[in-house]
Write a protein that binds this ligand. Structure first.
Ligand code: ATP
Length: 451
């Protein structure tokens, strides 16, 4: 079949048209770097989060969950190195006032930085200077230096500072992991590409605590786990690749990114880092608390665990799932050769709506029967009900939001208790007994693979 290429403009436009994602504070002209998730967007984001949470906690016996506060003691960020190191080198054009990240060659070439010339207008650039990415605010009634507090720029630190509480209260033995999903904030200089890079975003992080010396094996284990995870939810393997860091962050011994091919090219989706004992050593020093692990199975041996981190953007995952699913497809429908449909090929566990229930007509009791059937499906699946317009149009509306299954109720349904089940990807239709619907859809979800 013929296809049109996906572009960011098309994704943004679909997201607005169908209520996935809106610009924050749009009626006031919009707020840069912030986006609101509409009814379908929050359903999609929740499903992505649920899939990750299942993968990390339900399918791994030795990983538990946490939901730590966004506001943390300011010393946390001194210990973590964020106060000193968490900055981007920036250059500004003195003429056109454009701002670029000096270390990002998609924004400005190394030659331009070297020669201090603006790539937009040719004007003179400032020296590269640091910009701290943490949002600072104040807590309490007086705004003085003692009230400074930060919005967390990553969720990881909440895990580190709780690691002893969690290990002791849950009697965890190394190796074990702690998973967390939550908001993070970074005062990003360049927010672009829709929800790819924003100032307010969500992360899905898992920190795995291991014995020093076993870190490299677990690093490999987690790399393999994370790369094989995405195709389970329908992401095409050829859209994913590894990027090995040659320049490492101050805390890291080794680091790989999983990159996805977004419309603007391959970009980071998730980082897998060997953070060594850096974080817990720092927190030991800054808090004065002993954060050693006591290995009771090995003669009470004491050590500071090494940490393997898997750190993915939840909101960046939303963009990936949208981009990977999007297709404009030419369909030879009813003899009309020039018929196109927009379809999102979401995995059924990720799709915001799983089943749409569509009565062929509103009258003659079909709507009532359809509502009754929807009631039977609701307990198990996210459903939608639509009775307006021609049935072909209604199928297309569901294709566009990625609904994998549509059920049509017609006059025969009243007589013989059968319905039509229509599949989004193949557009095939089968006749099926109403009583078999739940088990059939369940089985289709389980065996789904993208053609
Ligand atoms: P980048 O190089 O893109 O700035 P990073 O290397 O600083 O990202 P990490 O600190 O490793 O990113 O964060 C882990 C994950 O969090 C990233 O892989 C990404 O998915 C997500 N993430 C980081 N910054 C943002 C942001 N500003 N907006 C949306 N997601 C983000």
């Amino acid at each position: 079949m013929e296809n049109h290429a996906v572009s960011m403009e098309k994704i943004v436009s679909l997201c607005k048209r169908r209520g996935f994602v809106f610009q924050s504070s749009e009626i006031y002209g919009g707020q840069n770097g912030a986006w609101d998730y509409g009814p379908l967007g929050i359903a999609l984001k929740n499903n992505i989060q649920k899939a990750w949470w299942k993968e990390m906690t339900q399918l791994h016996d030795n990983i538990v969950g946490l939901d730590a506060a966004i506001l943390m003691h300011p010393r946390v960020w001194e210990a973590s190195g964020h106060v000193a190191n968490f900055s981007d080198p920036l250059v500004d054009c003195k003429d056109c006032k454009s701002r670029f990240r000096a270390d990002d060659d998609t924004q400005i070439s190394p030659e331009n930085v070297e020669k201090r010339t603006c790539p937009k207008c040719g004007g003179p650039l400032t020296e590269p200077r640091s910009f701290n990415l943490m949002f600072k605010t104040s807590i309490g009634p007086a705004e003085d230096s003692s009230s400074v507090i930060y919005l967390r720029p990553e969720t990881a630190q909440g895990i580190y500072v709780n690691y002893k509480n969690i290990a002791q209260s849950n009697r965890l033995k190394i190796p074990f992991g702690i998973a967390q999903v939550g908001k993070a904030f970074r005062n990003e200089i360049v927010t672009k590409n829709f929800i790819f890079r924003t100032c307010e975003f969500e992360q899905m992080e898992m920190q795995f605590f291991v014995k020093p010396g076993e870190d490299e094996n677990f690093f490999e284990y987690w790399r393999e786990q994370r790369m094989s995870y995405y195709p389970k939810y329908g992401i095409r393997k050829d859209k994913l690749r590894w990027h090995h860091h040659d320049k490492l962050a101050h805390y890291a011994k080794d680091a790989y990114d999983i990159e996805f091919e977004f419309p603007m090219g391959f970009q980071e989706l998730e980082g897998i880092h060997n953070r060594t004992d850096f974080d817990l050593t720092q927190h030991t020093e800054y808090s004065g608390k002993d954060l050693q692990y006591i290995d009771q199975d090995n003669g009470n041996e004491r050590f500071i665990p090494y940490i393997i981190e898997t750190s993915a953007g939840l909101t960046r995952n939303v963009l990936m799932f949208l981009c990977d699913a999007y297709e404009e497809e030419k369909v030879a429908d009813k003899g009309n050769d020039d018929d196109w449909r927009t379809v999102l090929h979401f995995h059924p566990s990720i799709a915001p709506v799983t089943v749409a229930v569509l009565p062929l007509m509103k009258k003659d009791g079909l709507a009532e029967l359809a509502k009754e059937i929807q009631g039977e499906l609701k307990e198990e699946f996210m459903t939608d009900y639509d009775q307006s317009g021609a049935i072909g149009k209604r199928y297309r509306r569901q294709d566009e939001i990625g609904t994998p299954f549509c059920i049509t109720i017609d006059y025969d349904s009243k007589e013989d208790n059968t319905v039509t089940l229509r599949f989004r990807d193949s557009m095939e239709q089968v006749r099926i007994a109403r009583s078999d619907l739940v088990s059939r859809i369940r089985a289709e979800i389980k065996s789904y693979s993208r053609a």
